[in-house]
Design a protein around this ligand. Structure first.
Ligand SMILES: C[S@@+](CC[C@H](N)C(=O)[O-])C[C@H]1O[C@@H](n2cnc3c(N)ncnc32)[C@H](O)[C@@H]1O
Length: 353
């Protein structure tokens, strides 16, 4: 297993398809540190309810006299909070800074169910991705299980790194990314344009032009043909949508960097069990897919493929014959320890203000 990125081979000219592959992989930049712009507050924003509840929670955080109330409202939902204070409530969070429009409710008028749903969404919008060497490890691990053809779907595809890399690495017919946040989707499209322009440039510069039938050796996934690179634009798609509203019936591999999806895992397991066909694969990070429709094929503990654990599952059995999934709490921090941390974090925020 790699523990760091391999040294980048400098590509000064395109002599061989391997040079094109190498240049294309190198062009897919890491997005972990990208700037998170605030969510735009418009009347038709799909995030309107998220912003309303967020404003209500943040108002309590900013008013010292209402902090006990904030803690009291968050406390029943610790299993849905990633970290100590929800990310969107922190100064660098993505909630807009503009004044709330008339009609937004205070926290007192917002139900526990809404707070819980907000916390789950807040966590799921946190960004993270595999480092390049982790992605290489992951691809090496799954390569023997990827037959030619098939469709790979990344649910929550962020800036598109896994989708574009998978389209290069493996003989998938199509790789599709589904991303909820408009600006991340737009960044993925921008990055795809860069990738495709480079692909065109590299292919045009090859001394012997690639034809659709030219035999190719894929960097991870065995043999393929020239069409693998020539059709790259048609083989990659990004969709701006809620992953719960996108049907993944045709997917042969669903990838999820699910490290921040803890509270969503049961709902995701249920969705995937209903939609995916027998034999199809699902991979998750950090959180298990505890649905009986999925058999664990491989478990890679934290610190092997990646810093966190990676699981690979296969869809088994017809849904009708399966026992219903049992709900699982993702994790449940000790409320006293959590409250102590929250108060410490609030004091630190006051100090920094
Ligand atoms: C941890 S990032 C992973 C990005 C990408 N899969 C990767 O590994 O490079 C998770 C992404 O899921 C997106 N997300 C969260 N909830 C979503 C939903 N309901 N539908 C679609 N995308 C969602 C977030 O905005 C975020 O960009």
């Amino acid at each position: 297993m790699r523990t760091e990125d391999r040294p980048a081979r400098s590509i000064t000219s395109f002599q061989h398809p391997d040079d094109v592959f190498e240049a294309l992989f190198q062009s897919i930049q890491g997005g972990e540190k990208h700037v998170r712009p605030p969510i735009v507050l418009t009347p038709d924003s799909p995030f309107l309810q998220f912003i309303e509840v967020g404003y209500a929670l943040r108002a309590c955080l900013e008013d010292r006299s209402r902090r006990d109330y904030l803690i009291q409202r968050l406390r029943p939902h610790l299993s849905a909070i990633i970290g100590t204070l929800p990310a969107s409530l922190l100064p660098h969070g993505m909630l807009p800074r503009t004044a709330p429009p008339p009609g937004f409710r205070p926290l007192e008028q917002i139900s526990d169910a809404e707070v819980r749903a907000w916390l789950a969404e807040d966590g799921s919008l946190i960004y993270g991705e595999f480092q390049r060497y982790e992605l290489d490890n992951y691809f090496e691990a799954i390569a023997p299980l990827i037959p030619p053809g098939g469709v790979m779907v990344d649910l929550g595809s962020g800036l598109g790194k896994v989708v574009m890399s998978a389209a290069l690495a493996f003989p998938f017919q199509r790789c599709i990314g589904v991303e909820l946040m408009g600006y991340r989707h737009a960044m993925a499209i921008e990055r795809l344009h860069v990738l495709l322009a480079l692909a065109r440039q590299g292919l045009a510069a090859l001394p012997s032009p690639l034809t659709p039938d030219t035999p190719l050796q894929l960097p991870f996934g065995g043999p393929a043909h020239g069409s693998h690179l020539l059709d790259l634009a048609a083989r990659i798609a990004f969709i701006e949508a809620d992953m719960f509203k996108v049907d993944v019936r045709g997917a042969s591999l669903v990838f999820m960097y699910s490290t921040c999806f803890g509270p969503l895992m049961d709902a995701l397991g249920d969705k995937l069990a209903r939609e995916m066909r027998e034999g199809a694969l699902v991979s998750t990070t950090t959180y298990a897919l505890k649905h009986p429709a999925f058999r664990l094929l491989h478990y890679f503990p934290a610190g092997t493929i990646a810093w966190t654990s990676v699981m690979l599952y296969q869809r088994v059995g017809p849904l009708a014959t399966l026992a219903p999934a049992t709900a699982q709490a993702a994790y449940e921090p000790d409320p006293e320890a959590w409250e102590e941390r929250v108060r410490r974090d609030l004091a630190a925020l006051d100090g920094a203000a």
